[in-house]
Design a protein around this ligand. Structure first.
Ligand SMILES: [Zn+2]
Ligand SMILES: [Zn+2]
Ligand SMILES: [Zn+2]
Length: 404
């Protein structure tokens, strides 16, 4: 709660951008009178696959930039004009370096909003626009961010660039119910923007005996995979995104992209959390390490908790932990919808729309609380508007809460 003291003075508010491992911290002071700061969300395929989140959100960095560009933040060429600056240790994407007029032109610096401390200033950020919503096919996360601002102002949604592409009408939505899973084996590609991470998820619960218990994250009716909304501080730092969406997978269902599922000779993807940790940590790189793990890197954010990200483009990919050996959490942003690339991949994912987000206690009292609350409300409206049932896990969770 950085700004309590600033608020008392009523003059300036301090913004702090910090990575998950705390190796990198940058601050900026802004006059309280200049708030809120305009932010825009980019839903393009590249932003999703370079963060692991459903979109990026950034604001112009209002502070000094010398320290940022002198730091050892790793750089990734996002486009010919834009670089992502991220922490090579923990994978947090921190800044965009934009040179729109060529390498010698002026530099604009954007900060990933998920890295900003949860300052106790309710109107810190105002979301004005959603860009490249067309890339999502199904509207992606813009569906629950149409009215994200405390003052009720809507955010505009653009097919591609702001002002240079058609604006989507306010009532535009993909109202269709999620399509049913494709017939036959389902393939869900898992890849990061630089393609250094290239796996495939083949969720298959049909081979289980009829009465076998399903993993907790599988919808007993549809066999789709639970997909959560998560407001946890460590996740937002790892992704550089304020709200993170995870789905879940058994490790036996994850494969190297070019490996056939049935060939017994091919060495399989690591089958337990311990094997995955060992395989990715194998040093020196290139020797004991399976080259098919590509650029997958590991940061242990707390004892027994493994966060996997791309060491080249920064995308968050998996979360593994010692207490759940047979599975990992999978970042939804690095998935490709199997039926035409829809960002929400509802053919295979059972989204937990509405209700309280996981770890929402982390945002209480800070500027993010309003955003989280708006998303919870609008995701619920989105669910009801489409006639979708309450998600199976939410039913269990709310029944448990009622029991106390
Ligand atoms: Zn770091
Ligand atoms: Zn983008
Ligand atoms: Zn990558």
């Amino acid at each position: 709660m950085q700004a309590a003291q600033d608020n008392n003075e009523g003059q300036t508010v301090t913004l702090t951008s910090q990575c998950l491992c705390k190796a990198h911290t940058f601050t900026a002071s802004v006059p309280a009178s200049s708030l809120p700061i305009d932010a825009s969300c980019c839903h393009c395929t590249s932003c999703r696959h370079s963060t692991g989140a459903m979109h990026s959100m950034d604001i112009d960095w209002p502070g000094p930039t010398d320290d940022i560009y002198k730091s050892d933040l790793r750089r990734f060429d996002f486009t010919s004009k834009v670089k992502i600056l991220f922490c090579g240790t923990c994978g947090t994407p921190m800044f965009f370096e934009c040179r729109y007029e060529g390498p010698d032109g002026p530099v604009a610096t954007g900060v990933f909003s998920g890295t900003l401390a949860n300052t106790a200033h309710p109107n810190l950020i105002h979301i004005t626009d959603h860009i490249f919503v067309g890339d999502t096919v199904d509207g992606g996360a813009s569906m629950w961010l149409r009215h994200p601002n405390a003052d009720g102002t809507p955010a505009k949604r653009w097919t591609a660039g702001k002002g240079t592409s058609p604006e989507l009408p306010a009532d535009w939505s993909s109202s269709a119910p999620p399509s049913s899973p494709p017939q036959g084996p389902i393939e869900v590609p898992i890849w990061c923007k630089c393609r250094g991470v290239n796996f495939v998820l083949r969720p298959d619960f049909s081979s289980l005996p009829k009465d076998a218990a399903l993993p907790f994250f599988v919808d007993p009716e549809s066999k789709k995979l639970l997909t959560s909304f998560d407001a946890c501080d460590s996740c937002r730092l790892a992704f550089g995104a304020d709200i993170v969406n995870w789905t879940f997978a058994l490790l036996q269902h994850i494969h190297f992209a070019d490996s056939p599922s049935s060939d017994p000779e091919t060495k399989k993807f690591p089958q337990t959390a311990a094997e995955l940790k060992k395989a990715v940590s194998a040093a020196p790189p290139g020797e004991d390490r399976d080259p098919r793990l590509g650029t997958l890197a590991l940061y242990e954010s707390s004892p027994g908790a493994q966060r996997y990200f791309c060491g080249r483009c920064s995308a968050s990919v998996f979360y593994g932990c010692d207490s759940r050996q047979d599975m990992v959490d999978v970042a939804v942003g690095v998935l490709e919808g199997p039926g035409g690339g829809a960002a929400r991949a509802e053919e295979v994912l059972a989204w937990s729309y509405g209700g309280k987000m996981t770890w929402r206690q982390d945002v209480v009292g800070g500027w993010r609380e309003g955003l989280v609350q708006a998303v919870e409300g609008e995701a619920e409206e989105f669910r009801v508007g489409r006639g979708l049932p309450v998600n199976f896990r939410r039913k269990i969770k709310e029944a448990n809460e009622r029991k106390g």
